[in-house]
Design a protein around this ligand. Structure first.
Ligand code: BTN
Length: 258
C-alpha cells in the first residue's frame, strides 16, 4: 500500500487538507469537490481518489486516471476579488512545478497550466469557480501522472509522461501530496503578490520565446510567444502585431523559422 488514507493525509497538517474526502474510486474528484463546496465545505476540503472513472480535463477532455496517480481537488475559499481568481491557476502551476522539482523531475510550465517534462505532460491543472458572494469558491483540480505507465493513461498517453518513467522508480504518494500541498499553500498565500509568482513562473516556463499556435474561440493565433502580461496573459507577436490571449490551447511549434 502507499500510505494514503484519510488520517495520514489529515496528519500532514496542511491548511489545504483540513478535511479529507478519500475514495478508492470515484467519477471525478472535481465533481465531488464542487458538490461539497455547494454544501458549504470549508476552505481546505481535499477530495482525493485512487482512481477516477471519468476524470475531466480542460476544454471538456477526458483525463485518464488509473491507480498510482495523484488525482485531487481542493476547495478554496479565497479572500480575493472575483476578477483576480484567474490567478489561482498560474499560482498552482508554479507550486506544483516546484514540488515536482523537489523530487528531481525537471518540470516546466507550458502556458497556461500544463506541466511538462521534455515536452511531455506530467500534470494537468483545472481551476473552476462557483457560488456567489459570500459563498464563492474555487475548486482546484490537480492530476499528477505519478506511479503510472504512460500507456495506461488512455487517449492522452502519446503526449504524456509519468514520474515513474522520468525517475525510473515510484514515489511515495503521501510524500508527494505533502510537497504539493506545502507549495500550493505558499503560492496561494501570496496571490496578492502576483508579480512574485510571475517571476517564478518565468524561471519555470517553457513557452516563452517559442513559436506557438493558440486556439481560442474557434480561431487560431500564431506567432512567437513574447512575454506574460501582469495577469499572466500570453503576449504573442503575430505578423499583424502583438496579440494578448487570456485562455486557449497552446501548441508549441517547431523551432525552425524563429
Ligand atoms: C487538463 O486538462 O490538463 C486538466 C486536468 C485536470 C485533471 C484533474 S485530476 C483531479 C481532478 N479531477 C478531475 O476530474 N480533473 C482534475
Amino acid at each position: 500500500m502507499d500510505g494514503l488514507n484519510r488520517l495520514s493525509m489529515e496528519s500532514i497538517g496542511s491548511p489545504l487538507a483540513v478535511r479529507v474526502d478519500f475514495h478508492e474510486e470515484i467519477g471525478s474528484t472535481q465533481q465531488r469537490a464542487r458538490e461539497l463546496a455547494r454544501e458549504n465545505a470549508p476552505h481546505g476540503t481535499l477530495v482525493i481518489s485512487r482512481v477516477q472513472r471519468s476524470g475531466r480535463g480542460r476544454l471538456g477532455r477526458n483525463w485518464g486516471s488509473p491507480p498510482g496517480g495523484l488525482w485531487m481537488s481542493v476547495v478554496l475559499r479565497l479572500d480575493l476579488a472575483p476578477h483576480l481568481t484567474p490567478r489561482v491557476t498560474p499560482a498552482a502551476a508554479v507550486g506544483v512545478a516546484k514540488a515536482l522539482r523537489g523530487f528531481g523531475v525537471e518540470a516546466r510550465i507550458k502556458w497556461p497550466n500544463d506541466l511538462l517534462v521534455k515536452e511531455r505532460k506530467v500534470c494537468g491543472i483545472l481551476a473552476e469557480s462557483g457560488g456567489r458572494d459570500p459563498d464563492r469558491f474555487v475548486v482546484l483540480g490537480i492530476g499528477i501522472n505519478a506511479n503510472v505507465d504512460p500507456q495506461d493513461l488512455g487517449a492522452s498517453s502519446g503526449h504524456a509522461t509519468t514520474l515513474r518513467s522520468e525517475l525510473g522508480r515510484d514515489v511515495d504518494l503521501l510524500e508527494l501530496l505533502g510537497a504539493v500541498l506545502r507549495n500550493l499553500d505558499f503560492e496561494i498565500g501570496r496571490l496578492r503578490d502576483f508579480g512574485a509568482i510571475m517571476d517564478d513562473w518565468r524561471a519555470l516556463d517553457c513557452t516563452l520565446g517559442r513559436r506557438v499556435r493558440v486556439r481560442r474561440f474557434g480561431e487560431a493565433v500564431e506567432g512567437k510567444a513574447l512575454d506574460l502580461g501582469p495577469e499572466g496573459q500570453l503576449i504573442i507577436q503575430t505578423d499583424s502585431g502583438p496579440v494578448e490571449v487570456f485562455e486557449g490551447d497552446v501548441e508549441h511549434l517547431r523551432q525552425e523559422g524563429l
